[in-house]
Ligand binder design. Structure first.
Ligand SMILES: [Zn+2]
Length: 62
């Protein structure tokens, strides 16, 4: 299963789409991206939880 997170979905003007195989990996990648692209050095638990609600699983390839 592939999980995808898009910055756009949380209201950030950013075209980045981050994907990973597991939620843990995805959260780590989001944190990395947030730091590099948005200067967010620390993601709060609230932010992470919110981001998780926006994660989509792309199981089907169309
Ligand atoms: Zn972004």
């Amino acid at each position: 299963m592939k999980l995808t997170f898009r910055c756009r979905d949380v209201g950030v003007v950013c075209r980045a789409a981050i994907s990973a195989e597991t939620e843990e990996e995805l959260v780590a990648k989001i944190a990395e991206h947030a730091a590099e692209a948005h200067g967010v050095t620390e993601l709060s638990e609230t932010l992470v939880d919110y981001a998780k609600t926006k994660v989509r699983s792309d199981d089907s390839k169309r």
